[in-house]
Design a protein around this ligand. Sequence first.
Ligand SMILES: Cc1cc2nc3c(=O)[nH]c(=O)nc-3n(C[C@H](O)[C@H](O)[C@H](O)COP(=O)(O)OP(=O)(O)OC[C@H]3O[C@@H](n4cnc5c(N)ncnc54)[C@H](O)[C@@H]3O)c2cc1C
Length: 225
Amino acid sequence: MNMTKQSETSVLVVGAGASGTMLSLQLSRYDTRFRTIDPLPAPSLASRAITVHSRMLEIFELLDQKLAENFLQRGIKNKGYDLHYVNEGKRNVVKMGIDFTTTDCRYPYLLVDRQDETEKVLLDYWHQHFNRSAEWGMQLISVEQDTRGVISVVRNSETGAEEIIRSKYVIACDGINSQVRRCLESGLETRPGGIRPGQTFIARYLRSRAQTHCRAGYMGSLLLT
Ligand SMILES: Cc1cc2nc3c(=O)[nH]c(=O)nc-3n(C[C@H](O)[C@H](O)[C@H](O)COP(=O)(O)OP(=O)(O)OC[C@H]3O[C@@H](n4cnc5c(N)ncnc54)[C@H](O)[C@@H]3O)c2cc1C
């Protein structure tokens, strides 16, 4: 007898990174029935991004001025960036980047903050306003479409128990190595390994650099290795 748990929802959001959390927040605002899953045991502490761009702040502001303020209170305002090219361990070329103070937008600068902190602001806001959170420790294993919608198999990382979720939609927010994309065989290439732990940003380094450059009135530096 098959004892696999079966359930239904309207939307299955796969991945609770920046995209998945933002989408979940929106689905909550529209009172949509949905679930959000992520194989991590808890929100990520790894940062794959450091910049919140003006358009993102404008969108946060449209949702709730307080949400935008949460970001503005935390982040460091940077006028722009220079590009440092590193070749064989040596930083040999520095090129002018973009000066964001000249852009025609509501926040003419780059707001520097770690992605895990950005995600935390969104997760906290989602929890405070809708009493919801992602289902951590739940990994999407497969997706398949039929005439009624999508059938997903998800696995509890701790117990190994599988669940079959039927939904109208599955939304792939599972990053560069998307399992959804793999299952749908869209033909797009996935990069083996994706972002590895060693490739995350060193927050303290960036924070001190950004502050130094802001205070000095120069553009901030982005070191690409
Ligand atoms: C070096 C570098 C610098 C960058 N700098 C910036 C920047 O400054 N500003 C900026 O805006 N962007 C930047 N980016 C891009 C940014 O990192 C990505 O756009 C962002 O991480 C995308 O967020 P996401 O939520 O789509 O994916 P991710 O952050 O990758 O999150 C994907 C989530 O899906 C989950 N997941 C994976 N597999 C499964 C599965 N099978 N089932 C369920 N869940 C799953 C993961 O655990 C993860 O939580 C940078 C990227 C790199 C590589």
